[in-house]
Design a protein around this ligand. Structure first.
Ligand SMILES: Nc1ncnc2c1ncn2[C@@H]1O[C@H](COP(=O)(O)OP(=O)(O)OP(=O)(O)O)[C@@H](O)[C@H]1O
Ligand SMILES: [Mg+2]
Length: 743
């Protein structure tokens, strides 16, 4: 019985809903079984393309050289930046890739190796496609041969196209690969480019140090002049301003300090002289004999005179006491004493004069020194200003000198660098001759071709399957209808000889097909119909199935052929069987089985008593046939076939026959089948293999509930035998041997 599609799916099979169809494992294998030729063709075509590519492409050889960016060498001379140059920034390494790829570098290689004269590089030997393109381009161009510059540029571009320079991961190593038609050319050019790069780097370094040296030379010469000039300016200035440098400083400073010391001394001397003078002036003539005065003077003459005086004074006091003061001796003594006193006073005066003179001298010396100091101080004021200027000049001279020294050192380094330039780049692996071609990669291309062929094949196969809405396998039928697929009937049209296709009319082959089971009882076609009978018989165990309707969605799906063959097959088994032509529109069954019939079903319905008259029995098969003959197309065929009379007729026939097979009209164009379906026990639905669409099927089935209920099973008709073999390959290679008819 018919089940709705959804119910069937959820209940029975595991699968993935894909574009409205269930993509189950069985379905995939079905698709592969059916569509494998497409896959094979795709793979074949893609492999053929790959082979053609391999056969037509020139083999290419790749040579690889490696260059290392090394900074440690540069540190030998570059002491100033020794710490920083350890770190090459990644941008530097990346930019070296561009340097190697640059037009100028490649051009230098082209010129050195004279590559413009080599047709492989200059493009003067293009492939067939290139020649064709050249011809086409020449139609638009001036037609003149290209200029040498153009040829050189083309060569440079050709080399750039075949050159691959890349940084090896995050290291400071650059990998330089060149692809050429011969291994020798690949090695030659790869090494030439690497050399050109390293020489270029050295040259660049040499040039830059040369420029730097020149500049340094010029600058140091200037500085030397400036330093000398400023030194000279210092000396001149000193001379002009009487500034003499000593170990203790400038001359003027030293003088001043010396004078100051002298002045202090002179002042002290003056003060002393004055004190002495004052003291001596204070002594009067009377007390010159006083001990204090004479001791203070500490003069030997005065001391001697005083000692004499003291002796005379002692004698005088003695004599005056003894002889009296008036005694002559005493008076003489007194006059001697006066004389001595006078002498002492004179001596004191003389000393006083000497002291005065000393004082005067000291005073004048002090005055002179003071004047000197004042002069010097006044002079130092001028010298101070000059000194500021001098300091200025001296510091300028110092600066120039140290700058000059600095530049001189740099110049020495630069000169060394220039005579021995060191580059950061170093060739760590020279390109060697490749022993095998690098392209085309045969294995890779073949695998790629195989994989892409498979992908394309699978894509096409599944695309064809899923895009096509038709049914080809019992599984698909069961999925779609939810009823059992009773069998797949192969296309039984005999193979038409070539050329006879147009001349062979459908009519000439039709009679053969309507009795195919009689002529080919062991064919697959007959066996499938037997299988249908078995299914019906199994169903008959549970309910009465006598009236079997053969129906389809659309015309020409094979209802008539199936009905005729099925009925004949059942009749041949000995069961009383009746075949009714229930298609009142085409009546093809009647035309094939009983072309001469003048009346049939319609007449029997009008007059049930005439049944026996209208039923024709086949002597060969024992099949009874009730034809339909209608003069013109009937408007009310559905009414006729679904009429009460029809019910009565079938009732009568049920008693007489075991099997009543009715060939019905298609469901979609006309209503006949739906009208009669309630009178029928079981419907067998004919679906044309690879033709009937799922949508047509769904539309026709869902249109009638009765039809759904009565649906016993479906049968796929006109399956392509070759395809069928592929689909059923899983049944084994001997499966079809049962259907081989032994003549
Ligand atoms: N299994 C088959 N192998 C080869 N040809 C077939 C097969 N089944 C049917 N045909 C051919 O297909 C054509 C249509 O078949 P048939 O008349 O049986 O279909 P139908 O469904 O009865 O058509 P209609 O709706 O017009 O009555 C006929 O020419 C018939 O010979
Ligand atoms: Mg028909």
């Amino acid at each position: 019985m018919y089940q709705p599609r959804e119910q069937f799916r959820s209940g029975h099979k595991f699968g993935v809903e894909f574009g409205g169809a269930v993509l189950s494992f069985e379905r995939v294998t079905d698709v592969l079984r059916r569509q494998w030729p497409i896959i094979v063709v795709s793979v074949g075509a893609s492999l053929a393309l790959v082979l053609a590519y391999l056969a037509t492409t020139h083999p290419m050889y790749t040579a690889n050289a490696r260059i290392m960016m090394d900074t440690r060498q540069t540190q030998v001379l570059d002491k100033d930046n020794g710490t920083n140059s350890n770190l090459i920034d990644t941008g530097f390494v990346d930019s070296q890739v561009e340097v190697i790829n640059s037009d100028d570098l490649i051009r230098s290689v082209v010129r050195r190796l004279h590559l413009t004269e080599d047709p492989e590089f200059s493009g003067s030997n293009p492939g067939p496609l290139g020649k064709l393109l050249g011809h086409v381009m020449s139609l638009f161009g001036s037609g003149e041969p290209p200029s040498p510059e153009r040829v050189e540029q083309a060569t440079v571009e050709h080399i750039q196209a075949n050159l691959r320079v890349e940084r090896v991961l995050t290291t400071y190593v650059l990998s330089l690969s060149y692809r050429a038609l011969t291994p020798d050319a690949a090695v030659k050019i790869a090494n030439a480019i690497a050399d050109a790069y390293i020489v270029g780097a050295l040259e660049a370094k040499y040039q830059s140090t040369k420029r730097a040296t020149e500049w340094l030379q010029q600058r140091s010469a200037e500085l030397s002049q400036q330093a000398t000039a400023s030194d000279r300016a210092v000396q001149t200035f000193k001379a002009e301003h009487n500034i003499v440098g000593t170990s203790r400083g400038l001359m003027s400073e030293q003088q001043l300090s010396d004078l100051n010391t002298q002045l202090v001394q002179a002042r002290a001397a003056t003060a002393e002289a004055k004190a002495r003078l004052d003291r001596i002036n204070a002594i009067s003539d009377k007390d010159v004999t006083q001990t204090t005065v004479t001791d203070a003077l500490n003069n030997p003459v005065i001391t001697r005179l005083r000692a004499q005086y003291l002796d005379l004074a002692a004698q005088y006091s003695d004599w005056s006491r003894r002889y009296g003061a008036m005694h002559l001796a005493t008076v003489n003594l007194a006059s001697k004493m006066d004389e001595l006193r006078k002498n002492i006073a004179d001596e004191v005066h003389r000393i006083a004069d000497a002291y005065r003179s000393d004082y005067e001298i000291a005073k004048s010396r002090e005055a002179s020194l003071e004047k000197n100091v004042n002069d010097l101080v006044a002079q130092a004021g001028h010298t101070g200003q000059a000194e500021v200027k001098l300091r200025d000049l001296e510091s300028a001279a110092d600066t120039y000198r140290s700058l000059y020294n600095n530049f001189l050192e740099k110049l020495q380094n630069a000169t060394q660098n220039q005579s021995f330039p060191i580059s950061e780049a170093r060739l760590i692996s020279t390109a060697t001759k490749p022993d095998r071609k690098s392209s085309p990669r045969t294995m890779l291309a073949l695998v790629g071709g195989l994989v892409s062929g498979l992908c394309l094949g699978f894509g096409l196969a599944f695309g064809r399957e899923f895009l096509s809405d038709v049914l080809r396998t019992p599984g698909e039928v069961e999925d779609e209808l939810g009823v059992k697929c009773l069998g797949v009937l192969p296309d039984i049209r005999p193979p038409t000889p070539a050329g006879a296709l147009l001349s062979t009319s459908g009519k000439s082959t039709a009679p053969d097909l309507s009795r195919y089971v009689v002529d080919h009882p062991f064919s697959r076609f007959a066996e499938t119909l037997r299988n249908i009978k078995v299914s019906i018989d199994v169903a008959r165990l549970s309910r009465e199935i006598k009236v079997i309707g053969i129906v389809s969605s659309l015309p020409k799906e094979g209802k008539t052929t199936v009905a005729a063959n099925f009925a004949q097959l059942v009749a041949l088994t000995g069961h009383p069987t009746l075949l009714i032509d229930g298609d009142l529109h085409t009546r093809s069954l009647t035309r094939e089985l009983s072309p001469n019939a003048k009346s049939g079903l319609v007449e029997t319905l009008n007059d049930p008593a005439s049944l026996a008259y209208h039923v024709q029995r086949s002597k060969e098969t024992g099949l009874d046939f009730l034809p339909s003959v209608v003069a013109s197309r009937m408007l009310n065929s559905a009414d006729v076939i679904g009429s009460r009379a029809m019910a009565e007729l079938l009732k009568t026939l049920r008693d007489r026959y075991e099997y009543i097979v009715i060939d019905l009209a298609p469901v979609m164009p006309v209503a006949d089948s739906k009208a009669v379906s309630f009178l029928i026990d079981a419907m067998v639905y004919v679906i044309e293999w690879g033709q009937t669409t799922r949508s047509a099927l769904q539309e026709s089935i869902s249109g009638s509930e009765v039809l759904q209920k009565k649906l016993l099973g479906a049968v796929l008709n006109r399956a392509n035998p070759k395809m069928l073999k592929r689909i059923e390959a899983y049944k084994g290679k001997h499966h079809n041997s049962y259907y081989v008819e032994h003549v």
